[in-house]
Each structure stands twice: as C-alpha cells, then as structure tokens.
Design a protein around this ligand. Structure first.
Ligand SMILES: Cc1cc2nc3c(=O)[nH]c(=O)nc-3n(C[C@H](O)[C@H](O)[C@H](O)COP(=O)(O)OP(=O)(O)OC[C@H]3O[C@@H](n4cnc5c(N)ncnc54)[C@H](O)[C@@H]3O)c2cc1C
Length: 417
C-alpha cells in the first residue's frame, strides 16, 4: 500500500492546518468545504505560544507577524477599573514565540493561501457539504452534496476521513445521533471590532467585570497599530436566561447596540472610552457562549473528529483554535511515525488528545483562568485601593499557572517542543 490519503471535511482553521501539517510530512489530503467561497469571516481569536510553535514549524510565522498583534499582556479588572491581576504574555513573558491576537479572517486567509500555494488550487473543493460515509474494503467513501448549485451528490473514496466541520459537525451528528444542540452557558456574547486610538501599550488584552456582565478586548491588526491606531476586537458578555439555550451557534448572526450597550453605562476604565468602543463598531455579531460535552470516543474505524467538531469549548482561556492546531500537528506526527494501520493510527491520535482536551472543556465551564474575576466579586468588601488586595497574590498566580499547565502552554510544557 502507498501512503494513505485522507479526506478532510471542513476547510476552517483546523482543517486547513491539518492539510498543511500532512503536506509537511509528505502525506496527501483533500479538503471538502461546504461554503461556496471561503471568506475572511469572524472577529478576533488568540493563538497561544504552543500553537504558534506549531504554526512556526509549518513556516507560517513571518506571515502571522505581518498581520497579527504580538500580545504583550493579559490583565483582569473589576468594572470600576481596579486591577485584579496582570501578567505578561508571549515574547514579553519570555516565550520563544509570540502570542498572537489576530482577526480570524486574516488567519483563515493565511492558511488558505498556504494550502493553495503548497498543495495546489485543487487541494480544496468548495461548495461540498459532507453528508454521510460508509466503509468498504478497507476504504472510506464519503458523500457530499453541492448545496449552492444543483444538489448533486458526489462520492469520494480515501483511506481515512477527518471531521473538522466545526461545532455543528455533521460527522459528529452521525457518530452521536442523540446528542442534540450545543450546551448553552447562559451567557450571550456580542462580538465587535472598532478602530480607534490605542489603549495602554496598543498590544494589551484585558477582561473586566464578572460572569454576569463582562467586557473582553484586544487589538488584532498590526497594520492599524503601525498607523498609530488600534483595530480592537471586543466581546460584551451578558447573562441571558435559557430561552436561547436551544439556539444553534450561527457565527454570522448580527447583533445590535440596544441589546447590551446600556448595561455598561456606569462602568469606568480610565484608559478606554467604552461608549465610543461600542458606538463606533464596524461590525457587531451575536453568538451564544456554547460548547459540547466531552465525548467518550472520537475515532471509529476509518473516521475521527478534530477541532471544534471534537471539542468545542467556551472561549474562556482563549484556547479553542490553539487546541485544534495541536490536534492537527499530533495527527501529522503520528501518521509520519506509522501509517500502516489506519484504525490504530486514529486511536493513537485520540489517545494523545481526547482526555487532555476534555479537561480543558470542563475547566472552561468553570471560567478557566477568568475565575479570578469571580473570586474578587465574592471576596471584595469595597475596601481595596487602586489594585484589589482582597484575594492574595499567590492565589491569583496559582489560578493563572494551573490553567497554563492544563492547557499545555506553561513554559515548562514547551521546553522540549
Ligand atoms: C464563519 C465563522 C466565524 C467564526 N468567528 C469566530 C470568531 O470571531 N471568534 C472565535 O473565537 N471563533 C470564531 N469561529 C470559530 C472558530 O473558527 C473555531 O472555534 C476554531 O477556530 C476551531 O476551528 P475549526 O476548524 O474546528 O472550526 P471552524 O473554524 O468553525 O471551521 C469549520 C468549517 O467546516 C465547515 N463545515 C461545516 N459543516 C460542514 C460540512 N457538513 N461539510 C463540509 N464543511 C463543513 C464550515 O463552513 C467551516 O469552514 C468562527 C467560525 C466560523 C465558521
């Protein structure tokens, strides 16, 4: 048998990363994406140092540096602007590689261009929605429909199939037909971008408030920073009870200011005008904070799950895409070691990733490293000065450190990577 060839269902961030990682190891794959044209959608995401190390191995570091912000710090505040905890990030924290804050669309285009250049234009087939699969004679046959056109069905045969088809994965639905819609946290997120004067050093990420009402912001475009401006990604988060729970996540749904902005009227951050941030938004999207329960198995015969399809998680900890990048790199490393037995390869991939990522999904439900904001909300009697001292510094540090270890981006985790 020659080298196995894979089908990747889903040309999102993880599907494209996987195709590049496989190509780097000398393995062929073909990506089938449901939309008829991949466009630079979404707003901000973070690439943590462990995934940047991987992306750097794929030769993408210089492209990322051109467009993304090298995040310098992450700080937590209460809604009156008092500091809870601040830590350096990326290069500023002594990592060998940056942490990047980047527009999802910019990252998607970097990956797409690299796939087309390295694997060829025909490595990605668009307007092909994955519908079903069957196994025959040691091969997998995947069926796709062309939904924008004439609903034609196309069957494709390969050695294995990876479902990298996002939070509403079709492959996951086939494997777990009774699972139902995603699990809703009770919080709605309004995600926007605004170009305005920089705050703090123009590279800082911050979160303010608590679980019932929160603002997260970070700049995401280097080009804007170079012009003396800041292209700020922000997320306004508000608790909204459960009638929304049944809603499937639609990343393209638009939001409006009247749904959330007035809740922040009495907030005060000395270094950022929150009203201007909201009012001058270029775009606002609305997305419920949802995830999926960890599942007991990802790999079944010749098929497996990857990225959000395997482990959609709350954005607390800014870890979602980084974990998907690690899935892709792990799979490529394992197939390069031994590709003779596909079911056992897919099982090894699952063994390497599933349990570790499931723990992160659950930790993010407990708000991950953002737990420090809840701790202050519970403890503070209003007697702290400019900086909160109501929770001891070493307790705050322990929350930050233990999350980094769990998610695999503590400096100790990266020593030999
Ligand atoms: C339009 C969009 C906007 C987003 N915006 C943000 C954002 O602003 N911030 C953020 O943190 N995260 C955002 N995300 C999610 C984020 O990209 C993921 O959480 C993370 O990157 C994991 O990537 P993934 O490749 O597993 O999933 P995704 O990036 O969601 O990619 C899944 C891909 O599979 C395709 N697909 C779905 N079903 C099928 C099917 N049946 N057959 C073939 N292809 C299929 C989708 O069109 C998509 O391209 C967005 C996702 C999408 C699709």
């Amino acid at each position: 048998m020659g080298r196995p060839v894979g089908i990747i269902a889903g040309g999102g961030l993880v599907g494209l990363t996987l195709a590049l990682a496989l190509h780097e190891k000398g393995f062929k794959s073909k990506i089938y994406e449901s939309v008829s044209e991949i466009k630079p959608l979404g707003v901000g995401i973070n690439l943590l140092p462990h995934s940047v190390t991987s992306l750097s191995k794929l030769g993408l570091l210089s492209e990322l540096e051109k467009v993304a912000i090298k995040t310098s710090s992450l700080s937590y505040y209460t809604d009156d602007g008092k500091l809870i905890w601040s830590e350096k990030r990326g290069l500023a924290a002594g990592y060998d590689v940056p942490q990047f804050s980047i527009h999802r669309g910019d990252f998607h285009m970097i990956l797409l261009n690299a796939v087309k250049e390295r694997l060829g234009e025909d490595a990605i087939v668009q307007d092909h929605r994955f519908e079903s699969y069957r196994e025959e004679g040691g091969k997998v046959i995947a069926s796709f429909t062309n939904h924008a056109g004439d609903q034609k069905r196309e069957d494709v045969t390969a050695d294995y199939l990876i479902g990298a088809d996002g939070i509403n994965s079709r492959l996951r639905k086939i494997l777990y037909p009774d699972e139902g819609p995603p699990h809703y946290s009770g919080q709605m997120l309004w995600r926007g971008v605004t170009e305005m004067d920089p705050y703090l050093d123009g590279r800082s990420m911050f979160m303010a408030g608590h679980n019932d009402l929160k603002l997260v912001a970070y700049p995401i475009r280097e080009e804007s920073r170079k012009r003396g401006k800041s292209y700020i990604n922000w997320i306004a988060e508000r608790r909204i009870p459960s009638d929304l729970a049944a809603r499937q996540g639609d990343w393209n749904k638009e939001g409006t200011l009247d749904e959330f902005a007035s809740y922040f009227d009495d907030w005060k951050l000395d270094w950022l005008d929150i009203k201007s941030l909201y009012r001058n938004a270029i775009s606002i999207h609305k997305f419920p904070m949802i995830d999926r329960n960890p599942i007991p198995k990802w790999s079944f015969g010749l098929v497996t799950l990857m990225g959000d399809a395997a482990h959609a998680m709350y954005p607390n900890g800014s870890n979602g895409v980084s974990q998907g990048v690690l899935d892709a790199m792990t799979f490529a490393d394992l197939i390069a070691e031994d590709s003779s037995d596909i079911p056992s390869l897919l099982q090894k991939y699952e063994d390497a990733r599933r349990e570790a990522v499931s723990k992160i999904v659950l930790a993010n439900r407990e708000t991950g490293p953002e737990r420090v904001m809840e701790m202050v909300k519970e403890k503070c009697k209003g007697e702290c000065g400019d900086k909160h001292t109501c929770v001891p510094e070493d307790t705050l540090e322990e929350v930050a450190t233990s999350y980094k270890r769990l998610a695999g981006f503590h400096k100790d985790n990266l020593k030999n990577s």
